[in-house]
Ligand binder design. Structure first.
Ligand code: ZN
Ligand code: ZN
Length: 108
């Protein structure tokens, strides 16, 4: 079986540190990297999604979204602790009303 080296599977449920709701594992079995209820994430990955190698552990706020022709709708997260910004793919059970309320990031 082919294993993608740049994606470490990490599909555990967790309790959101922002809204305190319990987040179920990703319905598609993919890597869950943000809370579907409030869209907040945690700054835990370093180089590779799912590596959990970053000790920042800051709360990452959703600050924007983009509709990328190739990659689909992605949420731009910014770490409140260190200011790091990263795009994350949306999950099927994300709160789409919240996603749509985010301001659109201009395509570069
Ligand atoms: Zn949450
Ligand atoms: Zn950070």
């Amino acid at each position: 079986m082919h294993i993608r080296k740049n994606m470490i599977q990490n599909n555990e449920g967790f309790k959101c540190k922002n809204c305190r709701r319990v987040v179920e594992p990703h319905p598609g079995g993919s890597c869950r990297n943000h809370c579907p209820h409030c869209l907040y994430s945690l700054h835990v990955d370093l180089d590779v999604p799912g590596d959990r190698a970053n000790d920042c552990q800051g709360l990452m706020a959703p600050i924007g979204m983009e509709n990328n022709k190739k990659k689909g709708i992605r949420i731009l997260h910014m770490c409140k602790t260190c200011g790091f910004q990263i795009y994350n793919r949306t999950a099927p059970d994300d709160d789409w009303e919240l996603v749509c309320c985010l301001s659109r990031v201009p395509q570069g």
